[in-house]
Design a protein around this ligand. Structure first.
Ligand code: MN
Ligand code: FE2
Length: 296
């Protein structure tokens, strides 16, 4: 028989990092994709060059498919955390899933507003599909039958460190690089700004979770996290590179190297935080601050 956690003198760990993230999500995670004005986006879409359109549409397709995938695949992690009795973490994760659903709504709303209602699947490359439609669901669905610390760490490495921390962050950077200077598609940029802030909490939670697991089981750093990242990193380069093989990607004067460097910088910072978790006390990991992990 299970014992209650919060109807005791323990209560809720209100100073813990996951609980603080939960409070923050209730405050700043409530923006609404349905109330953003996309009128100028639709006008801009009519005057962009074919090359610029293809370039933005490729990015939008990747985000539409990507937000859908992370919405569909998060549930087994929430279940594993709940089964482990990590109540504050589960409370935070309820906001996480809500936000991913909202991100799926957001990109679909943009696509509909600019009149792109057709088939977008052909714009996704094989490497992209390998990550989002094979590697991600496999790592997440494993948690349905295996809730070991190793399986949870592997899932968080694929989902939070790689898909969110490397691929999505690099994608936002591309939107800004392409649209901000030219003041194009302000509704899209407004939503992406909100989304980026939500993602900073998601990645912050993933970094906390991995630090906790590494602190409790130090072998996880080399045997699970490093091993998985070594396998995934070349796929990030391939996805960025494949996006640049099309001639129309010159439309915005972007250079692939800039994006590869950006992706690698993101990754390096987080891997350094994780490597330090091996020598830390668990109490200190719960005291992680928002700025330690880039939550704003
Ligand atoms: Mn998202
Ligand atoms: Fe996310």
């Amino acid at each position: 028989m299970r014992k209650t956690i919060t109807a005791t003198s323990r209560g809720l760990m209100i100073d813990s990092f996951p609980y603080r993230l939960y409070q923050k999500a209730k405050k700043v995670g409530t923006w609404n994709p349905a109330t953003i004005d996309y009128t100028k986006d639709a006008e801009d879409w009519g005057i962009l060059s074919i090359g610029q359109k293809n370039s933005i549409l490729r990015l939008l397709s990747q985000f539409q498919a990507g937000e859908e995938a992370v919405t569909l695949d998060l549930l087994p992690l929430i279940m594993a955390i709940a089964k482990d009795g990590r109540i504050e973490e589960e409370m935070y994760l309820t906001t996480f899933l809500f936000e991913e659903a909202k991100h799926t709504e957001f990109f679909r709303t943009v696509l509909d507003a600019i009149g792109e209602k057709g088939e977008l699947n052909p714009l996704l490359t094989d490497t992209y599909k390998q990550v989002f439609h094979v590697i991600l669901p496999t790592a997440m669905e494993r948690l349905i039958t295996d809730q070991s610390p190793e399986a949870i760490a592997d899932a968080a490495t694929v989902y939070n460190m790689f898909v969110e921390g490397v691929l999505a962050e690099t994608g936002y950077f591309s939107f800004y690089k392409s649209l901000e200077k030219s003041k194009l598609m302000p509704g899209l940029l407004e939503g992406v700004g909100n989304l980026k802030r939500d993602e900073s909490r998601h990645i912050g939670y993933g970094t906390f979770l991995l630090q906790r697991l590494i602190c409790e089981h130090p072998h996880i750093y080399d045997d699970v996290v490093m091993k998985r990242m070594e396998e995934l990193t070349p796929l990030a380069f391939k996805i960025i590179d494949e996006g640049f093989q099309e001639p129309d990607l010159e439309a915005f004067d972007n250079e692939p190297d800039e994006f590869v460097n950006f992706a690698m910088k993101q990754l390096k910072v987080r891997m350094e935080i994780l490597s330090r978790a091996r020598g830390k006390k668990i109490e200190d990991i719960y005291k992680t601050t928002e700025s330690d992990v880039g939550v704003y």
